[in-house]
Design a protein around this ligand. Structure first.
Ligand code: ADP
Ligand code: MG
Length: 462
């Protein structure tokens, strides 16, 4: 029997593992456990002080970000040294290897062997992600069709295939499915999946260790290169330069390139234009929020995977209350399953509402217009000051108008008060801005998408 914390931790470990090197993963995460979550603080047990300090110094952001993605009621993390965390882990998928063994394995020339983690060493693909476990709906129809077309003729139809959409909507699942499918159909093709963040970090390390040539050769040898979350090379010039050369090299040889991102190529901040134009040269497909039918179908697939007969009314309850993120849907399902395991029966709807209250009714009200300013400034990668001051730089005008529009639409603040809060502007300027965005939204699909992505940041960060 596993607790909800163990399930959350297993999901988190799976996510972390694909983002860092295998050696680091084994050394730092093998004997850890999520023991509880108190008032939004996740308590993580670690085997010794050294690990605690290292995790705090190096992996704090990754840990918090990953846990928040799985359960957004988690706002902080606290690491505690606990001797019990080096006893066998209760989570069956992650048997414990004690710290000393991990260190020895790390220093031994052979790669340590952890078949239970299921990540393919050569491709970095997780076999769990397949087309058969991916539910098709109107929110992902185009992305899925393009992905299947790529599997039929890798490198020949849509190159690159660029898939974008918000957090937890299935980008990683879909692009890894392409990798797994091609591996099955074309056994001689070399597939490589890597997150852009890891691509960048590996490159920096390789340059430091004088092994950059080997690393680049390895990438050049791939037939299918899958890069996840390309937005993470924003502002990293060396990585962009290397990726640009790699892209051209592979592209000219008709090798398939698949890229995912949290937004369309055009509006990726701090990414060179030459790269953006390469990204836009093939097929761009988005994944958006799934509708009710798709959410229900996804839940049914997950239930089947878990081999449990969860009553339909609970499935409909989850599908109608959790709308924004497939990962949250799964999180809700896991909470229900955990409750079943403790109580030996499924909760009724009232009990389910209680169990899921932290996911369904998170205190997600915007309390401050500053939240909007921060989110818009991070989305467009300009400073908050640039939004507030009166300069007329072209690149600041639209973001500033969007801030005004959101303050009006979402917070219902009066025009004069918006003007006052944005560096003492006249209310007519604010009215003009709001009308302009409103007008433009009627015909500009791209702006509509931008606003959707910005709102996602605003509401996620609260
Ligand atoms: P993203 O990479 O866009 O943040 P993920 O691919 O990690 O999202 O998806 C989050 C979770 O939701 C994963 O467990 C994935 O299997 C599941 N998921 C997302 N979309 C679907 C879908 N259409 N069908 C089945 N599972 C899905
Ligand atoms: Mg992803």
């Amino acid at each position: 029997m596993s607790s909800p914390y163990q399930e959350i931790w297993q999901m988190a470990l799976g996510e972390i593992e694909i983002n860092i090197s295998q050696a680091n993963f084994i050394t730092w995460f093998k004997n850890t456990a999520l023991t509880e979550v108190i008032d939004g603080t996740a308590i993580i047990a670690v085997p010794n002080t050294f690990t605690k300090e290292w995790l705090e110094k190096k992996y704090n952001k990754l840990l918090l970000g990953t846990l928040r993605n799985i359960n957004n009621s988690i706002k902080n993390i606290e690491l505690r040294v606990s001797p019990t965390s080096s006893t066998p882990s209760p989570a069956p998928k992650y048997p414990t290897i004690d710290y000393q063994t991990a260190k020895e394995e790390l220093s031994s020339p052979q790669q340590p062997n952890f078949p239970e983690l299921h990540i393919d060493k050569e491709t970095n693909l997780n076999p769990r992600y397949t087309f058969s476990s991916f539910v098709k709906g109107s929110s992902n129809e185009l992305a899925m069709a393009a992905s299947l077309a790529v599997c039929d003729q890798p490198g020949m139809v849509y190159n690159p295939l660029f898939i974008y959409g918000g957090v937890g909507l299935g980008k990683t699942h879909l692009i890894q499915s392409i990798g797994n499918e091609i591996r099955q159909r074309f056994t001689n093709k070399k597939v490589l999946y890597i997150s852009a963040d890891k691509f960048s970090n590996d490159l920096i390390n390789a340059i430091r260790n004088n092994t950059a040539t080997d690393l680049k050769e390895n990438y050049k040898n791939t037939d299918i290169l899958i890069i996840d979350d390309i937005q993470f090379i924003s502002g990293r010039e060396k990585s962009q330069e290397e990726f640009f050369h790699l892209f051209n090299f592979l592209y000219e040889k008709n090798k398939q390139i698949i890229i995912s991102s949290d937004r369309p190529p055009k509006i990726l901040p701090l990414i060179e234009d030459r790269l953006k134009s390469r990204f836009s040269g093939g097929m761009i497909a988005d994944i958006s929020m799934p509708d009710f039918e798709t959410r229900t179908a996804i839940l049914k697939v997950k239930v089947q995977e878990k081999n449990l007969a969860i009553p339909d009314d609970i499935i409909y309850f989850i599908a109608s209350n959790i709308k924004n993120n497939v990962r949250e849907l799964e999180g809700a399902l896991n909470l229900i399953i955990s409750s079943y395991k403790v109580q030996n029966k499924f909760p009724d709807i009232t009990q389910a509402a209680k169990i899921l209250s932290s996911i369904i009714n998170p205190t997600k009200k915007i309390t401050s217009y500053k939240q909007i300013i921060n989110s818009v400034s991070s989305f467009y990668n300009i400073s908050g000051d640039a939004l507030l001051n009166k300069n007329r730089k072209k690149e600041n005008i639209k973001p500033r108008q969007i801030v005004m529009y959101l303050m009006r639409e979402d917070l219902k603040i009066s025009y004069p008060s918006i003007g006052e809060k944005l560096g003492g502007r006249d209310h007519t300027t604010v009215m003009y801005a709001c009308n302009k965005i409103d007008d433009e939204l009627k015909s500009n699909k791209e702006l509509e998408k931008e606003l959707e992505l910005i709102r996602e940041i605003v509401y996620k960060s609260v």
